[in-house]
Design a protein around this ligand. Sequence first.
Ligand SMILES: [Zn+2]
Length: 252
Amino acid sequence: MAVYRNKGIVLRSIRFGEADRILDLYTQDAGLTSAIAKGIRKTKSKFGARLEPLSCVDFMAYTGRSLDTLTQAETLRSFHEIREDLIRFEAAARMVGYVKSLSGGDEADRRVFNLLYHALDALEGRESGFEAMEAAFGMKLAILAGYAPQLDACVECGMEPGESEGMLRFAPGLGGILCAECDGGESRDSFPMPPGSLEGLRAIVRIPLKELPETGLMGEALRRVVRSHVIAHAPSNALVSDVGGGGRKRPA
Ligand SMILES: [Zn+2]
């Protein structure tokens, strides 16, 4: 029974028994971690309020055979404003889904922790552009996980988009863009990208989350591309999008 201290962002909190909760956290030093917090559903537990989904906490725990047991938690950031706003919360929930889909196992990657923290910080601090922020987070996470999409040239013929007339498509299974000539029509696993969205995709790869513009990034189109790309490449091939409650899994 080893006692340890770590920082973590609460991804999910499930009721367990009379007064306990089982938490999934993305931690700074141990990646995805599950821990039980005992007694936190009692009305007098201050501890419980600190462990709301999306909260970033500094915690103490001891290791167990299957689950660790959390004994103390101090709030570093509650990200309260995200939980209070449905649009922000939905974007955050999908970000959590990306983390679960792409960062499986208990390999620690501090860059994932930092990316999620900065994404939540940006989501809380801005007034618009939540979809673009969600897409940017998913894109950067996919790149960290080793699944960078090919955006500079057609995945089939290698032609650069500027040389090709006509509508570009995104082919998630092939991992990048398809030019109009290589586009095999609707039967292929691909979909059209509206004009300007390729520039948007390149921008979310290049620009740090904090500096992402709040407007003008075609958030909906970017989100579609990133979501399809993550689903095509996630090790579990399923996008888990459940912050807070039960174990709802959305089929790919
Ligand atoms: Zn081509």
